[in-house]
Design a protein around this ligand. Structure first.
Ligand code: PEP
Ligand code: MG
Length: 547
């Protein structure tokens, strides 16, 4: 039995087998071969495996995200069977006497270029699909024997050096018991995703941890204490099982608060909404009785994809969220890519200080075609529910003016084309830079609401990189400067008829719930699994008592 310690980022206990995270090697080598027939047989076997995978993904998607969104996997199955595509791959194997992986990669490039050059936007979007199916084929070709692994659906504890947000979001939630990383910070998006996905997680367990474990080891992951115990003895295992049961019972008890109001003892009401990163999280939002969605991090649609999601793909996702929430408010934040959320196909390049660099609204205002595509999808979806749009990383009035004028342009275009959208769509901004908080008196009259992003507001106010685990002790989220900026923003919002919420991780810090209520915060948006816990705390606060 060996003990390690990191930082717990989602409080729950997991017990199970360790599985080392396999990072996909995306580089494909060109190998000269003599036996082309064997290569073609390998290709056929890989195709069969890829179709089987797609069939099961299709069935899962059908249940979780509905037919419209699941259809893409049917299209992928058809594409794998496309005669032109297959002839091209076989042609390269035969003519160049090369391995199947290489032939597939070259075909993918050729077809993707051909699609991308077409005038029709539907056909252009197929470029991403052809790359996607080809990557799946290459994966099946390069990892023989994985079929057996994949069919074994035992849940495991994923262990890695670190996980990028795009890797975390791609984890198959149904097969992950917990995850542990050797590095990483508790304010990173990887940690936030763990909370959104209700996955017990410990980060920063150290290099020693990685060097001491192997596939198949049994481990206890305690997301409360940050402790990981590898190959525990009987007694330790029993204790962990007890703790796990007690935690589940406590969470079950909170379920009794479902359907109850978020109201303090003196009668002050507040909205408690949920944060999500994917359409898949809606189930958790509804199960935990959130009053709405206070932050949909739309960039994860981009992170999950191999190419820019099209207007129609985005529209389908936003519409589904809006419809599933049945009239409850859904606040979708526009693309907040950059810093730790890197997407290769954006070609952003390396930066000295990415958190202070080309990210979020700065990208959208510099590349309006990306911004307008997203806004069109959002406005179209607004006809199907109670949608609000929120903009990240605002620092100036000029930026906000520019954003509002792009919104007006998009609305005019939709009207000209007789496309329906809701004229009541609320617009809001994130208060996540000190600049935005300080000029909140100027910004508030221009919008319907503010939502405080305490993760970035803390980082920028205290000059503490949220990705850097070495300075976490200086990154005091309760710092008076941060709280004063929130209070100042709340006052300015209310003076100008706007409402204000908090959607950063601090919204779930129940030691501050009363402070936020006293500031007049109207909404707290937290990971779905924290909704009932915050409700419980709100219901026991008495604001009539002076502090
Ligand atoms: C924040 O900064 O608090 C926030 C909610 O946005 P993100 O964590 O996605 O940067
Ligand atoms: Mg932020």
């Amino acid at each position: 039995m060996i003990k390690f310690c990191g930082k717990g980022v989602y409080g729950a206990v997991a017990i199970g087998k360790i599985s080392m995270f396999q990072r996909k090697d995306v580089s494909v080598k060109r190998l000269k071969i003599t036996d082309t027939e064997t290569e073609k047989r390998r290709l056929e076997a890989a195709k069969t495996e890829a179709v089987e995978q797609l069939q099961s993904i299709y069935e899962k998607a059908l249940k979780e995200v509905g037919e419209t969104n699941a259809q893409i996997f049917e299209i992928h199955m058809m594409m794998l069977d496309d005669a032109d595509y297959n002839e091209a791959v076989i042609g390269i194997i035969d003519s160049q006497q090369v391995n199947a992986e290489y032939a597939v990669a070259v075909t993918a490039d050729n077809f993707a270029e051909m699609f991308a050059a077409m005038d029709d936007s539907y056909m252009q979007a197929r470029a991403a699909d052809v790359r996607d199916i080809s990557n799946r084929l290459i994966d099946c070709l390069s990892r023989p024997g994985t079929e057996a692994e994949r069919s074994c659906n035992e849940k495991v504890i994923i262990c890695a050096d670190d996980l990028a947000p795009s890797e975390t979001v791609s984890l198959d939630k149904d097969s992950v018991l917990a995850f542990v990383t050797a590095h990483g910070s508790s304010n990173s998006h990887t940690a936030i995703l763990a909370r959104n996905m209700n996955i017990p997680a410990v980060i920063g367990a150290g290099d020693e941890f990685l060097s001491q474990i192997k596939d198949g080891d049994i481990a206890i992951v305690d997301g409360f204490t940050g402790e990981i115990i590898v190959n525990p003895d009987e007694e330790t295992l029993k204790k962990a099982e007890k703790k796990q049961i007690a935690d589940l019972e406590k969470k079950a008890l909170l379920q009794k608060l479902k359907g109850k109001e978020n109201i303090t003892l003196d009668g002050t009401k507040i909205n408690i909404y949920a944060n999500i990163g994917s359409v898949d999280n809606i189930g958790a939002v509804l199960m935990n009785d959130a009053g709405g969605i206070g932050l949909f991090r739309s960039e994860f649609l981009y992170l999950e994809s191999n190419d820019y999601p099209t207007e129609d793909q985005q529209f389908a996702a936003y519409k589904r969220v809006a419809q599933s929430m049945g009239g409850k408010k859904v606040i979708i934040r526009t693309l907040d890519i950059g810093a730790d959320k890197q997407v290769d196909y954006f070609g952003l390049g390396k930066e000295e200080n990415p958190a202070l660099g080309f990210r979020a609204i700065r990208i959208c205002l510099t590349r309006p075609e990306i911004f307008k595509t997203q806004l069109r999808a959002l406005y179209r979806a607004s006809a199907f529910g109670n949608l609000a749009i929120m903009f990240p990383m605002i620092t100036s009035v000029a930026e906000l003016k520019e954003i509002l004028s792009v919104c007006d342009e998009v609305k005019r275009e939709l009207e000209a084309n007789n496309i329906e959208y809701s004229k009541d769509t609320e617009l809001g901004i994130m208060i996540e830079t000190p600049a935005a908080a300080i000029i909140s008196d100027k910004l508030a009259p221009m919008v319907d609401f503010f939502s405080v992003g305490t993760n970035d507001l803390t980082q920028y106010t205290l000059a503490c990189d949220r990705q850097n685990p070495n300075i976490e002790r200086f990154c005091d989220t309760h710092h008076e400067a941060v709280l004063r900026l929130i209070e100042m923003s709340a006052e300015n919002a209310h003076k100008n008829g706007a409402w204000i919420g908090i959607c950063g991780e601090l919204a779930a810090d129940t030691t501050l719930t009363e402070t936020f209520l006293r500031m007049g915060i109207d909404e707290l948006s937290v990971s779905p699994s924290y909704v009932l816990k915050v409700r419980d705390v709100v219901r026991n606060i008495d604001l009539s008592k002076s502090v």
